[in-house]
Design a protein around this ligand. Structure first.
Ligand code: HPA
Length: 274
């Protein structure tokens, strides 16, 4: 089946299963899936139940869509995302984002676990993504443009919505939550970076590093969807502290500090005008 037809078929299946349209989408990162438990009137559809959709194999990622009420909005959550390091193609990674776009989301909140590159950051910090650097060496829009989704050369100068960032900052203030703001470097993984690579990323202007999010944001902007990105700093990046990095630590910090991020996302959804 051609790409657009597969997307349309999966969108049709989700519409049929859910029976209502989401106003916003949320992508839940490593260890951050707990927000799905706060959704009211929740309905779930496993990724494997949809044509064209790949399962998520990453640890801490459930691999299902959850639709329901959160912050007073009808929200579609991705409980678990797809990563390049799992062996998925860029096109497969952005398939669920495009699906959410076809279902009508106006805004997308992307969350992730990230390593702290900025030396003033601490484990457990939340960082509002103000921009990203795509160091994955590829782009989900490579190939024939899907004209019905967006234009060939989409603008990325305001990839992370200034309006949504302002909403998030105001919400964090109200909650008494300290919020960093910085740039995210997206690499393929799955090996963590070397200390030399982290020094390079710091010179490039990155504040945090991770293995996700960038493809999803590019695909969302292609479709004209407003994006809000929030990183949870689960560890200081390689070489910053005299210790090694582990995936278990990332997920454990996600579980411990995830509640602050979840409360922030819920509060922002409440304030969003959609
Ligand atoms: N590097 C890359 N990805 C990550 C990290 C890191 O230090 N922490 C969480 N995801």
């Amino acid at each position: 089946m051609a790409k657009m037809e597969t997307l349309q078929a999966a969108a049709e299946e989700l519409r049929r299963r859910f029976g209502q349209s989401p106003q916003a989408g949320v992508v839940l990162g490593s260890g951050l899936g707990g927000l799905a438990d706060r959704v009211q009137e929740a309905q779930a559809v496993g990724y494997e139940e949809l044509p064209g959709m790949k399962p998520s194999t990453a640890p801490g990622h459930r691999g299902r869509f959850v639709l329901g009420k959160l912050g007073g909005k009808t929200v579609l959550l991705m409980q678990g995302r797809l990563h390049l390091y799992e062996g998925h193609t860029m096109e497969e990674i952005v398939f669920p984002v495009r699906l959410m776009g076809l279902l009508g989301i106006r805004a997308l909140v992307v969350t992730n676990a990230a390593g702290g590159v900025n030396l003033s950051y601490r484990v457990g910090d939340l960082m509002l993504m103000e921009d990203h650097i795509n160091l994955m060496g590829t782009n989900p829009l490579i190939g024939p443009n899907l004209d019905c989704l967006g234009e060939r050369f989409p603008d990325m100068s305001r990839a992370y919505s200034p309006a949504l960032r302002a909403l998030a900052k105001a919400q964090a203030d109200r909650m008494g939550l300290e919020l960093r703001e910085g740039g995210y470097a997206g690499l393929t993984g799955p090996s963590y970076e070397t200390p030399a690579e982290i020094r390079m990323l710091r010179i490039l202007g990155a504040d945090a590093v991770g293995m996700s999010t960038v493809p999803e944001v590019i695909a969302a902007r292609h479709m004209g969807i407003e994006v809000l990105g929030i990183s949870l700093i689960t560890n200081m990046a390689a070489g910053v502290l005299d210790q090694t990095l582990s995936g278990e630590e990332v997920i454990a910090v996600g579980r411990e500090r995830g509640s602050a991020l979840q409360a922030l996302v819920e509060g922002v959804l409440e304030e969003m005008e959609l």
